[in-house]
Design a protein around this ligand. Structure first.
Ligand code: NAD
Length: 494
């Protein structure tokens, strides 16, 4: 087949009763690998009706900085299922990542990435690797709330919520149970981020006992990621906050042999999006050399989600058999004595093997059934919240913490007194160390005596007094206790 055939001809509709699916051909290699994937799905008997949408580069270039026109939103929201080829995000300018926009706008809170080895047909150091990463998709540093506060300092807000943690942790356990997985591991950095990652870990520990048949453990993300790369057989399902999940899922996919093989599902209460994890690979676009496997396997995940387990099974087994028969695209032929086939020829080879099972690799057998439900967070009792102080972040070019503290002490008003000054989180007053390097961004912690009950008016009065004293405050954070437990971290060295 020529590389220049019209990819739109590969859109298909299985007829009355078929499930509508929004299809985005994407940018770069997107149109080729989507065409290849759709041809396989059609030949396997997928009962879907493709509805094409245009998103990505062409839309960005036309001046829509989100990359998604209104008509595409309408189709996605109506069909509730999007099969999406990779998109090029223009560098620079005001362009937002369309993927992040889509995941957050549609509430696709769970990103599920199975990472399996296909040795010996795809070379890998870990031939038995079979790990699923369940990444939280909406929160964490990806809330994208960033500010520049001083000449020296910019900040990104890390937001972790209890409902968000409950939903993703429960989803990981439900996924494990539904897919016969034996173990769920949490990755966090709760030894450092005791409140944010600590909450994720605490929720994990609370929910785990509800799944007594599933083994659980927790790893600090740094050593966990190292072990995942070196001994992936230690893991089965991994659940983790957004940023760590982004990184470890690429590591895990690459460790299986190629990032080009890995699919992902983005799941939410109002819809789902299925895509390869790789990008639009513009340098090889239009050459019929790209590997369509990541997107095709995302199509398999979509069919399972749509309740078409038999078709999904047929496609996945034929794909495995194709690999076993030594038929691979250029990315998997590199350094081996194999003549690669093109993107469309690879799809043809999969189609020719529909109905066959792999001989060496283990065959898959997806089970029919409703897609996994989206867990709801448990209702919470309101806790008694008490204001006990305020952190005032100050822009000051001074280099003497004692002098800055003296100015702040002199300006303090109401029930609040200065108790601590930190610079980049490290205590510099009282009794700081001269070795601590300093920037122009100071956190002044004001606290009220335990027998007082400060109010918002007291906070406003404190800020007015600081302003009158010429203190340049750039941000404040109130300090609360919840049922008597401090809702703020201590300064480093406090
Ligand atoms: P990339 O994944 O597109 O490419 C990385 C490397 O892998 C390149 O050498 C490429 O040729 C190769 N590669 C990727 N997919 C392949 C395939 N299917 N077959 C064979 N080789 C393949 O990553 P990048 O170069 O960093 O990004 C290119 C563009 O893709 C950027 O604009 C980026 O923003 C975008 N991107 C989109 C998505 C998405 O839509 N989900 C994800 C990642 C990157």
């Amino acid at each position: 087949m020529s590389a220049s055939f019209d990819h739109a001809d590969t859109l298909f509709s299985a007829g009355p009763g078929a499930t509508p699916v929004a299809v985005a051909f994407g940018d770069g290699i997107g149109p080729e690998i989507m065409a290849a994937s759709l041809r396989v799905l059609a030949a396997a008997g997928a009962n879907i009706a493709c509805e094409p949408i245009t998103i990505g580069e062409a839309v960005y270039r036309a001046g829509e900085t989100s990359g998604i026109p209104g008509s595409a939103w309408e189709t996605i929201r109506r069909t509730k299922v999007l099969f999406k080829a990779p998109i090029t995000t223009p560098q620079g300018g005001g362009y937002k990542s369309l993927n992040v926009t889509m995941r957050k706008a549609l509430g696709l809170f769970a990103n599920v990435r199975p990472c399996s080895a296909y040795a010996p047909f795809v070379p890998t150091m870990h031939p038995t690797m079979d790990v699923v990463i369940v990444r939280e998709n909406e929160e964490d540093l990806y809330a994208g709330i960033e500010h520049r506060q001083t000449d020296d300092v910019v900040q990104c807000l890390k937001l972790i919520t209890r409902p968000g943690c409950e939903r993703i942790v429960r989803y990981a356990f439900e996924y494990a149970r539904a897919n016969g997985r034996r173990k769920v591991t949490a990755f966090t950095k709760d030894n450092i981020m005791k409140l944010t990652d600590g909450l994720f870990r605490r929720v994990f520990d609370e929910i785990a006992p509800e799944y007594p048949e599933i083994e659980t453990d927790h790893w600090i993300i740094d050593i966990g990621a190292a072990k995942l790369a070196a001994q992936p057989d230690l893991f089965d399902v991994i659940v983790t906050p957004n940023l760590y999940g982004d990184i470890v899922s690429d590591i895990a996919a690459e460790v299986t042999g190629s990032v080009g093989l890995a699919p992902s599902a983005n799941i939410g209460p109002h819809g789902a999006m299925f895509e390869a994890i790789h990008g639009s690979a513009p340098t090889i676009a239009g050459q019929d050399v790209a590997n369509p496997s990541g997107l095709l396997l995302a199509g398999v995940m979509m069919l399972v989600h749509l309740g078409q387990a038999d078709v999904a099974t047929r496609v996945h087994n034929a794909w495995k058999r194709t690999l076993e028969d030594g038929i691979v695209t250029a990315d998997l032929a590199r350094g081996r004595d194999v003549v690669p086939v093109g993107t469309q020829a690879f799809a043809d080879a999969v189609i020719a093997r529909l109905g066959q099972a792999p001989r060496t690799l283990s065959p898959v057998a997806y089970q029919a059934g409703a897609p996994l439900g989206v867990p709801q967070a448990a209702p919470r009792r309101k806790q008694a919240k008490a204001l006990v102080g305020i952190d005032v972040f100050v822009h000051d070019d001074g280099i003497d913490p004692d002098a800055i503290a003296a100015r702040l002490q002199a300006a303090a008003a109401g029930p609040f007194a200065l108790t601590l000054l930190t610079n980049r989180g490290v205590k510099v007053w009282p009794q700081g160390l001269p070795e601590t390097s300093l920037v122009d961004h100071w956190r002044a912690r004001f606290k009220a005596p335990a027998d007082t009950t400060p109010t918002h008016a007291d906070v406003a009065a404190l800020l007015a007094a600081l302003a009158a004293a010429g203190i340049d405050f750039v941000k404040t954070e109130q300090l609360y206790t919840f049922d008597g437990v401090a809702g703020y971290s201590l300064g480093q060295g406090e």
